[in-house]
Design a protein around this ligand. Sequence first.
Ligand code: M6R
Length: 366
Amino acid sequence: EKKGYDHFMLKEIYEQPSAILDTFRGRLLPNEGIIKMSGIEDNLSKFLNANRIVIVACGTSWHAGLVAEYLFEDLARIPVEVEYASEFRYRNPVIKRDDVVIAISQSGETADTLAAIKLAKSMGAFVFGVCNVVGSSIARETNAGAYTHAGPEIGVASTKAFTTQITVLTLIALRLANAKGTLSTSDYKKCLFDLEAIPRRVEEVLDVNDQIVKIAENYSDVANCLYLGRKYNFPVALEGALKLKEISYIHAEGYPAAEMKHGPIALIDEQMPVVVIATKKGNYEKIVSNIQEIKSRRGRIIAVVTQGDTMIKEMADYAIEIPETVEFLTPLIATIPLQLLSYHIAVMRGCNVDQPRNLAKSVTVE
Ligand code: M6R
């Protein structure tokens, strides 16, 4: 049921505030100052004694894993590696008993991710699953886990699964930070309230939809698009590019903004749209200078900025303002306009948004 929306993807984009609330339910208790997740509590010592965390996933779930790398290292000071499940499984990886492996999968049926889990288990690692589909193969194969509770995701392009995966991983990172003492009790409690406010911020950011329709009108005929971001916004850039290529068939690439001068800058001319995620926190000055470099080569800039920004708004062809939040929660907000941008461009190009060519919702063969 599309509930009045033209496509499942759009419905699922708009469901994100309530999907994130469902992910919180019974787990996030800011007034009490606690996070309760049985899969974590039951295995807390495994996480606390972990030598490192290895995350395995594919596609959008791999991007959520990259966000988690920043979260776990930044908040809980646990070293993290993020691996494409397909590479991990064939690489003869070094996995020890005190490694914790987190597998992320919306469907819970992705063949490469499932094989990576089996391999990690055979080498003695504890494997924790973050899945959306209850009772799926990955949910059953893992030693423990936490569901995202996003509800069914029908659109092939993942949207609410991504933001709810990040939500679960944020809950885990905060819980571990609290247990390890890497966050003070008062900072921890403040983080819980910041997280609790995210569904409202997502609701607000959905108001950019009309503006994005207008931007999409000017970009629906482009052949290429570059997405740039730094720190927490780097995985957001990768995800923005994946969404655009999947459903609109426009060639798009995501890069860490500073890598631009190591190659992609050669592509920039007046034909080249560059989407820059340039929120206030996250190396703002550095990203401003990246934008200047693009401008001086006459690139067309769409910037995602924090509400009230003035500097980047003057430089960009289009600036999409999003509500402010603490840095580690920015991906949950900054992703939304990029989902909408790819959606509207794909619709204008007459593409089959919910079932793009050549793609399947779950990739059960390698
Ligand atoms: O079900 P999974 O999360 O394991 O799927 C992984 C990828 O196949 C998936 O994220 C794919 O990249 C999506 N089409 C992205 O929108």
